[in-house]
Design a protein around this ligand. Structure first.
Ligand SMILES: Nc1ncnc2c1ncn2[C@@H]1O[C@H](COP(=O)(O)OP(=O)(O)OP(=O)(O)O)[C@@H](O)[C@H]1O
Ligand SMILES: [Mg+2]
Length: 237
């Protein structure tokens, strides 16, 4: 996790832990977060980490799966979820919130999705319980401006910089990283890949010939070397 992201997540944990004291002084803890960024950049991980650090259950709600064509049904489901938010303290992750973005909705769905978006905004605004709400989106450009304003904190997850590439690889491969590695070549090859894709490439390389190749896996020619650095620098997913 990038240091500035870590810092902001730590701040959320601190405010959540001290919420009674903050409220006693008339302040509200951050309790509505929006995480944006391309797929596989690590948006879901902090939701898990926050739930773990706060010792709370993590509930994941996929908004795209919640939307039905039946008028009013989606809003009713959303109400049930927000009832639970108020009753059961937890970390609630609303994944794919861009499913509610107006521009994405075409044809007959427009009216219904707009109504759902309005309900979601209202619920967000009214949320005063001790639960922590986290929304995640791969397409922030599709999100309604009104949605951004409802959050206490917006955190962007960009594709990894070369430094982050190196950290992700070092963390995943740990002691398998040889002392002399062509880091520059590897960083160039990883350019444009997400943290998740780099992690998969590392795992693929680490399990390559000489280690344990899975019986039904035929690695692409570029990955046939037993050297993890060669596999990572050529594996493009
Ligand atoms: N900063 C990171 N360091 C190490 N590994 C990471 C990092 N970010 C992501 N990963 C790896 O990528 C996997 C997927 O990350 P995650 O599910 O959090 O991404 P996401 O942004 O939520 O993706 P999506 O938008 O597709 O839901 C993780 O399980 C982890 O293996
Ligand atoms: Mg995710």
């Amino acid at each position: 996790m990038a240091p500035d992201v870590r810092e902001r997540i730590d701040r959320v944990v601190l405010e959540q832990r001290q919420q009674d004291r903050l409220r006693a002084h008339g302040f509200e803890p951050m309790r509505r977060l929006l995480l944006t960024g391309p797929p596989g950049t690590g948006k879901t991980m902090p939701a898990r980490a926050l739930a773990g650090e706060l010792r709370l259950l993590l509930f994941t709600v996929r908004l795209d799966g919640l939307i039905t064509k039946l008028m009013g049904e989606t809003a009713a489901k959303l109400r049930l979820i927000f009832d639970s938010v108020a009753e059961t303290r937890g970390v609630y992750l609303f994944d794919e919130v861009d499913a509610l973005a107006g521009e994405r909705a075409l044809g007959d769905d427009v009216g219904e999705i707009r109504r759902v978006l309005n309900s979601f905004l209202q619920f967000l605004e009214q949320h005063e319980s001790q639960s922590l709400l986290i929304a995640a989106s791969n397409h922030p450009q599709l999100l309604d401006r009104a949605l951004f304003r409802r959050f206490d904190l917006v955190v962007e997850y960009p594709l990894p910089t070369p430094d982050v590439v190196r950290t992700v690889i070092s963390n995943r491969l740990a002691s398998m990283v040889p002392p002399r590695w062509p880091w520059k070549t590897i960083e160039q090859a990883a350019n444009g890949l997400s943290q998740a894709e780099i992690t998969v490439a590392c795992e693929f390389a680490a399990k390559a010939p000489g280690h344990q190749r899975a019986p039904h896996t035929t690695p692409p020619p570029a990955c046939s070397s037993s050297r993890p650095d060669a596999a990572i620098s050529t594996a493009v997913y």
